[in-house]
Design a protein around this ligand. Structure first.
Ligand code: PGA
Length: 252
């Protein structure tokens, strides 16, 4: 089977309501062949609704994701946002376990796993992020680290049809340093083989594994050409319509 590439923009803490709607409108007004690729925007919570409306106006073909969600349904959790809230604002996806959530906000594999299970039980699709630090890579423990994050993040999740994995080496995020296509491919292959072991060969074949970490127009084509790289999770280069469109149209 061939996996449909997913090009996902992680806007992080950038763009207010008007700016976010304008960016999504500009990108979705362009020529994109949605039959051969999926496109996703992950704006901050505050502009999920406006971005969803902008996408709908241009045909509604791109997906909208939150960058995080809480694992409880509702109640006294000041500052948190629920699955129902993001769905009601127009998100069908959520990014979970991003390295910034792990390192700055202290999210553990256990917390991330609770969020993955909750999001899937509420009908959301999930992008689960995994990745090693520079220290772990230099110590030669990168594969072990990434597979452990993958296994723990997916604990108790039997059906992976609504799960995408994003491999993001922490040392490559926002630094301009990209993993070489060969390094990315090696890790993606290791993740896919591991999914084959902990779930099934079929699920391993079908699951999409994105690369993230300084992906940009100049390196997208070569990264995307790797057999186990099924798309990108793009930060910096997703904030400019022209750059993101070049990545979306990596094969044109
Ligand atoms: P970057 O971020 O493309 O700016 O490196 C990627 C990410 O953290 O998702």
């Amino acid at each position: 089977m061939s996996r449909k590439p997913l090009i996902a923009g992680n806007w992080k803490m950038n763009k207010n309501v008007a700016e976010g709607a304008a960016l999504a409108a500009e990108i979705t007004a362009a020529d994109i062949d949605y039959s051969t690729r999926d496109v996703l925007f992950a704006p901050p919570f505050t502009n999920i609704y406006a971005v969803s409306e902008a996408v709908k106006k241009n045909g509604g073909k791109a997906f909208v994701a939150a960058q995080n969600v809480y694992f409880e349904t509702s109640g006294a959790f000041t500052g948190e946002v629920s699955c129902d809230m993001i769905k009601s604002a127009g998100a069908e996806w959520v990014i979970l376990g991003h390295s910034e959530r792990r390192s700055i906000f202290g999210e553990t594999d256990e917390v991330i796993n609770k969020k993955v299970k909750k999001a899937l039980s509420e009908g959301l699709s999930v992008i689960l992020c995994v990745g090693e630090t520079l220290w772990e890579r230099e110590a030669g423990t990168e594969v072990e680290t990434v597979l452990a994050q993958t296994g723990k993040g997916l604990e108790g999740v039997a059906d992976l049809s609504k799960v995408v994995i994003a491999y993001e080496p922490v040392w490559a995020i926002g630094t301009g340093k990209t993993a070489s296509p060969a390094d990315a491919e090696a890790m993606h292959k290791a993740i896919r083989e591991y999914i084959g072991k902990i779930r099934s060969k079929e699920q391993a074949e079908n699951i999409r594994i994105l690369y993230g970490g300084s992906m940009k127009p100049e390196n997208a084509k070569e990264l995307m050409a790797q057999p186990d790289v099924d798309g990108g999770l793009i930060g910096g280069a997703s904030l400019k319509a022209a750059d993101f469109l070049k990545i979306i149209n990596f094969d044109k």
